[in-house]
Design a binder for this molecule. Structure first.
Ligand code: GDP
Ligand code: MG
Length: 212
């Protein structure tokens, strides 16, 4: 019996991630890997960003979900090309799936590519996709303790978003503790506080994405 060990699988993934990274760099594509819990507001934030940027930037979206095409349909209603990936139970996207998706999308130069990863705060952080940036979203209703519990996710982030800011008055969310948890594992990533419901903070994040 042949046993595949995790190290071999990860090496295979890293090789393909390297190819993706080169493709993105060669074509000036900014690929943003968005990771968060289910329901944290990934799709809502992508739609808000599309609303601000669609007249000035080429945007494409890869939607990763265990099942359904609900998110890709929402994005396509905004007039943006979206490719839905169903992992059929898999808890993350990997570099191979991104490579195939990028070929299917026939991405043009200078595109801003959002990759909505499968909703969970564990597996996606272990798989390099070759992305330009890892964005981690934590929403107010999830509670301020998440950075203390899902360390590798917050450690891996290049940018962190606190979403559903409009719910702060209704939920016991200790912002000071949240930032303490982040800074214990990640001193560099900027943190943007946003609401996709009111639009607050989204413009600042968009400016950072475009200029950064
Ligand atoms: N109050 C509030 N609700 C939000 C916000 N962003 C998303 N939601 C709601 O949260 C739910 C999950 O959002 P969605 O974007 O689908 O999350 P995803 O599963 O991470 O893609 C939906 O009912 C959204 O309307 C926000 O900023 N404020
Ligand atoms: Mg979604």
């Amino acid at each position: 019996m042949e046993i595949r060990i995790m190290k071999e699988i990860m090496e295979g993934n890293d090789k393909l991630a390297g190819e993706n990274r080169k493709f993105f760099e060669d074509n000036n594509i900014t690929a943003v890997n968005i990771m968060a819990s289910p329901g944290a507001g990934k799709t809502s934030l992508i739609m808000n960003i599309i609303g601000i940027l669609k007249d000035q930037k080429k945007i494409s979206v890869i939607e990763g979900d265990i099942a359904s095409s609900i998110d890709a349909e929402k994005i396509e209603k905004e007039g943006i090309t979206a490719l839905q990936i169903n992992t059929g139970g898999g808890c993350h996207l990997d570099a191979n799936v991104i490579k195939l998706s990028v070929e299917d999308l026939a991405l043009q130069k200078d595109t801003l590519l959002f990759i909505e990863n499968v909703g969970n705060l564990i597996c996606p952080s272990a798989f390099d996709l070759g992305e330009t940036l890892k964005m981690v979203i934590a929403s107010v209703p999830e509670g301020h303790d998440k950075p203390f519990k899902y360390i590798s996710m917050f450690e891996a982030a290049d940018v962190i978003v606190l979403s559903k800011k409009d719910l702060l008055p209704y939920i016991d969310f200790d912002k000071e503790a949240f930032y303490k948890g982040i800074r214990a594992v990640n001193q560099k990533a900027p943190v943007f506080e946003i609401s996709s419901k009111t639009g607050e903070g989204v413009k600042e994040l968009v400016d950072w994405l475009v200029e950064g």
